[in-house]
Write a protein that binds this ligand. Sequence first.
Ligand code: NAD
Length: 434
Amino acid sequence: MHIAVIGTGYVGLVTGVCLAEIGNTVTCLDVDEEKVSLLKSGRSPIYEEGLEELLTKNLRKGNIQFTTDYREGLAGKEVIYIAVGTPERPDGSAELKYIESVCRAISENVRQDVVIVTKSTVPVGTNQYIKDLIEARLTPPITISVVSNPEFLRQGTAVHDTFHGDRIVIGSEDSWALELLEAINQPFQLPIVKTDLRSAEMIKYASNAFLAAKISFINEMSHLCAQVGANVDNVAAGMGMDKRIGKKFLHAGVGYGGSCFPKDTNALIAMGKQFDYQMPLLESVQQVNEMQRKRMVDMITTRLGSLDNKVVVLLGLTFKPNTDDMREAPSIRVAEELLRTGAVVKAYDPVAIPSAKTVMPEPVLFTSDLEEALQGADAAVIMTDWQQIKSFPLEEYRRLLVHPLLFDGRNCFTLAEMKNSGIEYHSIGRPVVN
Ligand code: NAD
């Protein structure tokens, strides 16, 4: 198939490269000239395991190309994927201005019948809106069909997830467009859920909101565990063995972040408001998440008292490991709170220092050297469970910190291994060790 993918961010680039890998001819389009010229030279602007290898391989084979020119990018394409951002508006709803500008560009530049596939996460009804917008400016007799094909990849394992995900969801009112998308996706050999347009749009939001709820649930439990002397990891393990519950997303920590869970729960709440429905469960999910970040700072101040001129080092800045994405990372809020209380904040991350510098509050002292980060700090706070942090020898933590005081926002270590470490260890929902 001849396919265009509009937007070369986390979703668009991975989609484009993987569609090329399974044998399609793909043109990826982006308005960001710098990104496009980097991609043309075979370099990925984002850090995703395996992505650059697949990119260079398919560039060499001539299966994928990049452009900023819509006329060139859409010429002769049978299918156009939309993967531009849908960030949060101040009122929590999804911003559709990038989608709208893509629709304008499609209607002005497409010269053939085409199937439009929306990968972006969009509020229910948006695919119909996309169809209406494009058709309003299209020169007949060109016809379009729309398909909702929400994305479920996880940043950090995006390429793996595209080939090994749990399901592919496609929704449309056109049965032949559904069949076409089923055929395109067949080589991934994953279960395909075929449904109507609006249900497909809703599946994405409901899935993310459910996962966010699971995280906030175990975080709420973690607080009570700490009070009553239970160990939340043992509780989660015991709960997770029940197949009706499942063990995934039951990991207590400093809360969820990233570009999807916070914005998608907000967008769902905003959708509810449109229909006069308040969604009290989701509002609580967000509230617990916000409290969890604050709780980490409370743990530190309870232990250290005044943080005036105390050096606190944040270990890991991204919302999860194996990505350089800093959007809505809990480390931002924790750094803000620590600075507000007078602490000197140092920050370590193995890959995200450049992106962190653009969003972290000032003044923060950045380093991508873990040893340098720990040197002379009064306390260390694990914010991201990067392998580099988990496998750093505990005796080195003890040697480098002024006080061997470690706050672990991701429960990276077992209490048993911390027992003999000589480090005072505070974690989430578990007894303090040493
Ligand atoms: P992103 O911000 O990384 O990338 C968006 C890209 O679109 C940017 O490169 C931008 O330059 C480009 N763009 C903007 N306007 C354009 C236009 N008019 N024409 C061409 N290109 C344009 O976004 P992302 O993280 O890839 O997310 C994209 C969508 O996928 C969002 O709706 C998001 O909610 C959803 N999603 C994201 C993830 C994730 O893990 N990041 C997972 C599932 C779904």
